[in-house]
Design a protein around this ligand. Structure first.
Ligand SMILES: [Zn+2]
Length: 413
């Protein structure tokens, strides 16, 4: 029959399998393709590939395949089981689907391609699957991708916390700064959250780590020190995290000063909050003019702001000796500023200076590439619909893990 051969070709069904018959259900808009194989007494074990005796056939199963001309298409077959002297009775591998999947390889590939561009809900709707079915495809893809990951060197990594579900829960993300991908996700931001990562590495990978960017966060630092050789020279506090600390101190000075000025009828600081916090590089000409007067004034906030800007020059140095000199000068100024929030931050930075200056050697920050960051943001945004942390983890690995997700056809019959 013509349509049998046509379907064999379209589906790419390899020997010994062939199409027995094709049923078209016009009402349901479905095509049912029934597969068969000739009598053969020898099948390969799915575990070891050894040729074994046929044991029996399990009852008919079906697999959703790519639609044919917009007709939902299902394959049907009775899977044979082989009896391996070593592994016992197991279903043989079928060339069109992975074990336990209700979809063909091609269908899964399509779903995976679409999931990379659209939300799970949208893909579920378009493929007429449930959200759970789509999520199961994603989970299998991630498991496959993680298993295929090679133990490559990871010289520069970043450890970062991400708020997951606004302010309620945190996730710890380990990123490969060179290849812009997420290597690891764990719940919470404790030392134990990061401890789990090191166990996923080989001894060679652990030894390949040259630098780790992170916030000034003791839980993470303790974990790195406990697992990475010569950690002290490798940890680099994130520049933007230090800037945020100093920015918070400037804001605290501003709030205190504003209260006093406002009570005396001086409105100079009204509405100025974001002028002090913004990166000066991003000012428009008008904003810069408006701000120049403020920052050149004798306000305490202006002094705090100058202190912050001067501290950030540390990252522009090439030689640690010069940077240390700059810091000593700055530290004296800051601790004599009589601005308590700045004094506190100066003491904090002094205690952590060696781990700030490691930047001069490694030149890394925790800022991931724009594309990885936007993917993480997208997952965080869509994560509002996720019921649990595991689903969030799956989505992060799927979109941000740089994984080889698609099922490949397997070789042995
Ligand atoms: Zn076997």
């Amino acid at each position: 029959m013509q349509d049998r051969q046509l379907y064999e070709q379209i589906l790419g069904i390899p020997s010994p399998w062939s199409v027995e018959r094709v049923e078209l259900k016009l009402e349901e808009e479905e095509v049912h393709v029934f597969l068969e194989h000739p009598q053969q007494s020898v099948w390969r074990c799915a575990q070891c590939g050894r040729e074994c005796a046929l044991y029996d056939h399990t009852p008919e199963r079906s697999w959703r395949h790519l639609d044919t001309c917009q007709y939902r298409t299902l394959l049907h077959a009775d899977p044979p089981r082989a009896n391996c002297p070593e592994h016992g009775v197991h279903a043989v591998r079928l060339p069109w689907a992975e074990p336990h999947s209700r979809f063909t390889l091609l269908f899964e590939r399509l779903a995976i391609d679409w999931l990379q561009a659209a939300s799970q809900t949208a893909v579920a709707k378009r493929l007429e699957l449930s959200w759970d079915e789509v999520h199961a495809i994603m989970e299998r893809a991630v498991a496959r991708g993680l298993k295929r990951r090679e133990a490559e060197a990871i010289p520069r990594i970043g450890v970062d916390e991400k708020a997951f579900r606004k302010g309620h829960k945190y996730a710890t993300l380990v990123t490969d700064l060179d290849q812009s991908r997420v290597l690891y996700v764990a719940e919470d931001r404790k030392q134990a959250s990061l401890d789990g990562f090191w166990k996923t590495l080989t001894a060679e990978q652990l030894a390949s780590i040259e630098a780790v960017a992170m916030d000034m966060w003791d839980a993470y630092e303790n974990s790195v020190r406990a697992h990475v050789p010569q950690a002290a020279e490798k940890i680099v506090y994130d520049k933007f995290h230090v800037a945020k600390h100093l920015g918070d101190a400037v804001d605290r000075v501003r709030r205190g000063e504003h209260k006093v000025l406002n009570a005396a009828g001086d409105k100079r600081l009204v509405g100025s909050k974001y002028l002090w916090l913004r990166n000066p590089d991003n000012f428009t000409d008008d904003q810069w003019r408006e701000f120049r007067e403020l920052r050149q004034s004798n306000l305490k906030t202006a002094r705090a702001w100058s202190l912050k800007e001067q501290a950030m020059l540390l990252w522009d140095y090439t030689y640690p000796g010069s940077a240390e000199k700059h810091f000593a000068w700055w530290y004296r100024w800051a601790t004599h500023s009589r601005l308590k929030p700045m004094v506190d931050k100066a003491r904090m930075l002094k205690a952590r200076l060696p781990t700030i200056l490691t930047y001069l050697k490694h030149g890394i920050t925790n800022a991931t590439s724009e594309s990885l960051n936007s993917k993480i943001q997208w997952v965080k945004y869509t994560a509002r619909g996720f019921r649990n942390f595991k689903n969030f983890t799956t989505a992060i690995y799927f979109h941000c893990g740089g994984l080889d997700l698609a099922p490949h056809p397997h070789k042995n019959p």
